[in-house]
Design a protein around this ligand. Sequence first.
Ligand code: BES
Ligand code: MN
Ligand code: MN
Length: 480
Amino acid sequence: MAALSRFLSFIDQNAGRFIQRLADAVSIQSISGNGVHRQDVFKMALWLQGQLDTLGVQTKSVDLGRHVMDGQDLPLPPAILGRIGDDPKKKTVLIYGHYDVQPAEKSDGWDTEPFTLVVDPATDRLIGRGSTDDKGPILGWLNVLEAHKALGLDLPVNLKFCFEGMEESGSDGLDELITSEVAKGKDGWFWGVDCVCISDNYWLNSRTPCITYGLRGLAYFKLTVSGPARDLHSGSFGRTVHEPMTDLVLLMSKLVDTNGKILVPGVDEMVSVASQEEKALYAQLDYSVADVENAVGAPIALSDDKVEVLMGRMRYPSLSLHGIEGAFYGAGAKTVIPASVSGKFSIRLVPPQTPEAVEPLVFAYINAEFARLNSKNKLKIENLHGGKPWVADHTHWNYEAAKRATEAVYKQTPNLTREGGSIPVTLTFAESLGVNVLLLPMGRGDDGAHSTNEKLDKSNFIEGSKLLGTYLYEVGAVNA
Ligand code: BES
Ligand code: MN
Ligand code: MN
């Protein structure tokens, strides 16, 4: 396969420029969850569309309308659609990725400026917000396109692209775009797609590549307890009035126990118990309790049993408490009774759970628990956003192609994983297009997506770009 080997050497020879392009992408602060940065998300969309145009991709920027976030009415960033090649003899692969990122401030505890990509010479890590989630993987696809254009090589498959700028904030507007394109039949953007590939997750550990056939869904809630018309002095009013923060903390304490068991009746019960055969799949994975403890930086795993730990992440739901807004925090010892506080928590869902099925259970339980508090304060419950869980057939040719590509590039057999995180659009693609969806990660389990010092190892960026390209050649060679 002369074309493939020329492609692989081009990636090696151009690594420096590819890293510079990643630095350009990271420097755009495309934070979708903070209205202040909405223009930067638009700027990132234009940058990405410009790159695709230059690489010979036919593109279209789709306006997704407006939405309200934190009480602000804002324009939604566009979906950037692309296509290149329409050879009926070739397979057509749809690629999805997101060009928005999580917020980051140096003061969160970063060692470097989060939006300046730093190449650490000691570790060969590319450090910066979005390096692994999800700008590095998106740029991996650009690297593949550039290599083929520069070498004058035909791509082994037809490609379609769908890049969005709201993934980190619930993918507003994207489901509607996909269903309306699919409804157009032959005239729709996604007509003729044979399979989907998403590179937006991570290896299980930091040494073994993996391919992924499941994601958890999400239901995100906000509880607000309000009472007094304004913040109060705790000396004047302590033990005098019902305190919102006391009520909220009591409610939040009733959601999950210290071993992770979900206390909302009916939620854990929706999920089947694992069979011995399924447990054997987890036992086979190259993973240990030490891996999870290294990734989190402390010996705090919920179990000493690797299979239990893996099932907690991959095949059971989880409930996490995220924060309390409106509470006193920061330096000093302020003696305040906050007037109104909001607690945020979310539940990661697994099949057959859906946000729609879980929401009424959560509302009913919290209302009942609040009634038991006999408080005169007011409670409001909101569902902020959600996404459905997804599991795919990992015996499909799409997975076989990814496995062969991984073996060719990394000389290792990939771990076959389900992810604990969520990408809301995945199930929409699977259901509305009726094709197999594959997750093919670029980064490692210790990359620190959403965290401080987020990184992508240089080798994962470069070998990962080779992997994405090699995967396309393997799909191109499938006879099915
Ligand atoms: N890339 C992640 C998804 C992910 C997270 C995969 C962890 C594997 C492990 C994605 O960008 C993400 O952060 N998704 C959000 C979705 C949510 C806002 C609906 C998530 O999982 O919190
Ligand atoms: Mn992501
Ligand atoms: Mn993310």
